[in-house]
Ligand binder design. Sequence first.
Ligand SMILES: NC(=O)c1ccc[n+]([C@@H]2O[C@H](COP(=O)([O-])OP(=O)(O)OC[C@H]3O[C@@H](n4cnc5c(N)ncnc54)[C@H](O)[C@@H]3O)[C@@H](O)[C@H]2O)c1
Length: 323
Amino acid sequence: MQKIGVVGAGYFGKLHAAKYAEIGRGRLVAVCDIDRERAMGCAAAHGATPVFDYHDLFGKVDAVSIVVPTNAHFDIAREFLRQGIHVLLEKPISSTLAEADELIRIAKDKRVVFQVGHLERYNPAVHSLTKVLRRPRFIECQRISPFKLRGTDINVVLDLMIHDIDLVLNIVKSPVAQIDAIGVPVLSEAEDIANARIRFADGCVATITASRVSWKTERTMRIFQPDAYIVLDLHASKLAVMRRVIGGGEGTLPELKQEEQLFQPVDNLKREIESFMACIASGDEPLVTATDARRALDAALQISQQLQAWRDTLSEPAVAAAR
Ligand SMILES: NC(=O)c1ccc[n+]([C@@H]2O[C@H](COP(=O)([O-])OP(=O)(O)OC[C@H]3O[C@@H](n4cnc5c(N)ncnc54)[C@H](O)[C@@H]3O)[C@@H](O)[C@H]2O)c1
């Protein structure tokens, strides 16, 4: 049985630990956090050992979830990969592309499973989407949620939008041709709301809005393609397809057929961790590879650069001059 460790016992790390304990495929042996109370509380809940320095896990675990703030992803993941330990690293993969490349290289050298936590891919509605997709031409994503202090060490693009970036890049099989983006810090120092327009080489356009200063929670994706309009509600795990039916005479409205699928509520994180465990056992490639995560990071960093450039044009002197 694989011995598992969880590094980071904050909001999401506690959930990782609970899923490992629930799945029972491996044995959660240790929970690590520099915050001793968090490590002890989470470890005690699952009969694991609390650890306060992640180096103490080397030689004691076969696989880890790394669920720490983004600026610590690279250093910690690099050390576990170098030790030949399988890694499930939370998103975004790292802070820079050079760091992502180094992690990918080490994982390859060490022949370990290296999976990144883009958990929306484990949503059954997303899985079913592949069956109805045909040359998407326009995609509109909306991911909004109320403000929380967690995650504000990074902008909303790296915090939330990166989920939709990953989904869109996985749907549109064409290189990114152009990105335009704007964003505004509202309650934190970094941008809390952002909108990006991504144009692909095949002509498809995606506009993605992410906000963490909303009153409500919404995660939707609308896809327009020559024969259909598809609405994906990621929160409710619902997929609706409005398809044009060939027929009808001249001068009549096109006939539309509506199909709707509501999926049983599933635990995407549990599915993601089950899949990680299965890949360790089989040696198969994860559904979300580190290369996918690097691709999402690349687009997210380009969007972030545009936000910075836009912010510079709105700098105080420029704003004062405009008044
Ligand atoms: N996939 C998702 O939907 C999703 C959702 C939430 C968070 N996340 C990701 O999970 C990660 C953690 O987010 P969170 O909301 O749980 O943050 P959090 O602040 O609640 O928890 C982070 C924990 O990491 C600990 N930590 C920091 N440095 C450490 C180190 N060197 N060694 C051990 N522990 C250390 C902190 O003490 C803290 O307890 C982030 O990367 C975030 O992007 C992903």
